[in-house]
Design a protein around this ligand. Structure first.
Ligand SMILES: [Zn+2]
Length: 314
């Protein structure tokens, strides 16, 4: 059963002034030692699979969108030449720290600028991406780009309904409510608490702020099967590079955690870390429990360690 979203004075006239940021603290020395190196590897395989999917005939995507900075420009030129990829800058954007839900545009002459860049195997795809990006209609722009990026139809529709017209740029609560195994734990004027009892780690977007995810789109629910198919493929690409990191990522995304969004800040906690990031400016706190409450203390999720031995292919 899904649950109906409930909004008590959803955003009001609240105009938060929160810069992009994302940070986390380890809960113990043991969790830091267990995960610190793995997290970097999990993040690296996830980022690489994002553009490698463009090269794979089985992947639904023909396009990747990346931010190219002065520091990674050289590696992108090398990568493009080596793999026969073509690139085109779509926009110059301001650099940001942590996690940004959107871009702030800047000029070509800004020495700190990032190049928001389309990556593909053909100029035809770059032409289509540029046409979509320059569309005057925001819904058309995002829908066409999402199609080139291989995002499922159901998720693109959910994105347009929940991301475009509201200041909700982090619609985790909306996806939780739309999840078949969602149940309402409790609700008051101060908070709404929803629990998802049978979510899929493959489509978990609530650690993406830290680069930990199989998919890069916002799923319509935490059990979206079309998103799972995208994630399975991405997981195989990750496992080809670093199997232990791919397994660890699935273990991390599967483990119980809580997400709480309020006043433009989200707090996310599992057994290993307490994290926070800029989020949607809900006036009524939105709480999501993923499976169940995580144990207090520093116990590491998984069976006896980070790699739980489950297959990453399905
Ligand atoms: Zn979907």
């Amino acid at each position: 059963m899904t649950v109906d979203p409930h909004y008590h004075n959803r955003f009001g006239d609240y105009d938060p002034d929160v810069d992009s940021f994302a940070s986390y603290n380890w809960k113990s020395k043991a969790t830091k030692e267990q995960w610190d190196n793995l997290i970097d590897r999990m993040r690296n395989v996830s980022a690489a699979a994002e553009w490698q999917a463009v090269l794979d005939d089985e992947a639904p995507r023909t396009l990747a969108l990346v931010n190219v900075s002065h520091s990674n420009m050289e590696s992108w030129l090398t990568r493009a030449g080596k793999h026969g990829l073509v690139t085109r800058t779509l926009q110059y954007v301001e650099p940001y720290s942590g996690f940004a839900h959107g871009h702030t545009y800047t000029g070509r002459d800004n020495p700190e600028r990032l190049c928001f860049t389309a990556v593909a195997e053909s100029e035809d795809v770059l032409d289509a991406a540029e046409d979509a990006y320059e569309s005057d209609d925001a819904a058309t722009k995002h829908s066409r780009l999402g199609e080139l990026l291989g995002f499922p139809d159901c998720c693109r529709e959910h994105f347009l309904e929940n991301w475009l017209d509201e200041p909700s740029h982090d619609p985790m609560y909306e996806a939780a409510c739309n999840t078949p195994s969602a149940e309402r734990v409790a609700m008051t004027d101060e908070y709404d608490h929803v629990r998802v009892t049978d979510p899929s780690p493959w489509v978990n977007p609530m650690w993406r702020y830290f680069g930990l995810r199989f998919i890069t789109h916002l799923p319509c629910s935490f059990e979206c099967e079309a998103s799972e198919r995208v994630a399975y493929h991405r997981g195989r690409l990750m496992a080809d590079q670093d199997e232990a990191a791919a397994h660890a990522l699935k273990s991390w995304l599967d483990a119980p955690f809580t997400w709480s969004g309020h006043n433009a800040i989200a707090h996310i906690r599992n057994e290993a870390v307490a994290a926070q990031v800029n989020s949607s400016p809900y006036l009524q706190e939105k709480r999501i429990t993923w499976r169940g409450e995580h144990a207090a203390g520093g116990k590491v999720p998984g069976k006896g360690g980070a790699v739980d031995g489950t297959t990453v292919t399905q």
